[in-house]
Write a protein that binds this ligand. Sequence first.
Ligand SMILES: [Zn+2]
Length: 335
Amino acid sequence: MLPSRTHVFRFLLLALLNPALCLGQPSELASSAIPPEKLEAYSDLAQQWEQEYLRIDTSNPPGNEARAAAFFKRIFDQEGIENQVFEYQPGRANIWARIAAGTPGPKRPIILLNHEDVVTSDPVRWKVPPFSGKIVDGAIYGRGAQDMKSEGLAQLVVMVMLKREKVPLDRDVIFLATADEEADGTGTDWMIAHQRGLLGNAEYLITEGGENLNENGKAKYIGIDVAEKSPFWLKITAHGRPGHGSRAIPDSAPNRLVRALNRILDHPTELKVLPVAEEFFRAMAPLQASPERQRQFRNLRQSLKNARFRRSVENTESLNYMLRNTRQPQPARRL
Ligand SMILES: [Zn+2]
C-alpha cells in the first residue's frame, strides 16, 4: 500500500535522479531543471505503470517473473534504452538495462537493483484483490507494492527520466530486476555466475532495505542497510512410537516434535550488542521522544543494564531483533 502517489514517487525519483546526492556530495538536483508540470506528468506516468506492474502476478512460488521482465522490456524498448532479458529457467527471467555515461570516465557504475517476485497472498485477507492495483482513498493496493514493486517501478522511471531528459552522467547507470529473491535467490545467483561482466564492477548499488522516515514531504532520516541477519537452517526430524490416533501416545513423533519446537522457542537467546547496532541506536537517539530515552539510546550498553529499559527494547519488535539471534520455525519446503 502506498500512502500517496506523488510524495512517494517524487521522493524516490529525486533521490535516485541525483547519484551525487547518494554519495553525500552537495550538488544541484538534476530534477530541479525539470518544470513542475513535466514532473507531474512523470508522476502520473509512474502511477499508471505502477498499477500495471502490480497487476502482474509474480507470486513466488512459482514466480513467473518472465511476465515482469516482459513488462519492463516493453518500456525500455519504447524508450530506446539498451536492455537484455535472461530467461534462465522456463518462466523465470532477469532483466538488465543500462544508460551509459556520456564520456566513459574512471567512475564505476551504479546499479539500481530490484526483485520482480512477491510473496504469496490470500485474497480472503485483502480489502481488494491483491493483483488489482486498485486505488482506494489515495492509496494503491497490491501484493508487492511495499516489497518491492514500487521501488522497482521508481527505478524504471528514473531510467526513463535520465534518458528523456538527457541528464549528463559521469558513470553508467545500470537497472537490474531479478527473479526469485523471496525464496532461493536463483535470479541473482545466475546473474553473478553467468553475466557478471554486465554488472561493470559497479561501485554503488541501491536496493531495498533500510527504513526512511518521510514527514511532510521531507526526509527526516534515510536508513542505510549495512548488514542483514544470515539464516542458519536446522532441519528437525522427530521419531516416535506409532499407533492409532484415538489413543493418546505421548512419545509419538508429532508430539515429540511439538515439544522440541516449544523448547527451542522458549530458550532465551543471549543479548549481544554489535558495534553496528550500537551506532544505530546512537544515531536514532535525537529522534526519541523524551530526554531520558535519548540518553538511553546514546549509551546502549550501559542502558541495557537497566531492567526496565531492557524490557522495553525487548518488547519492541523493531529493536529486539538487532540485539540477539532470533528463531523462526518454517515449513520443510524452505530447507
Ligand atoms: Zn524484498
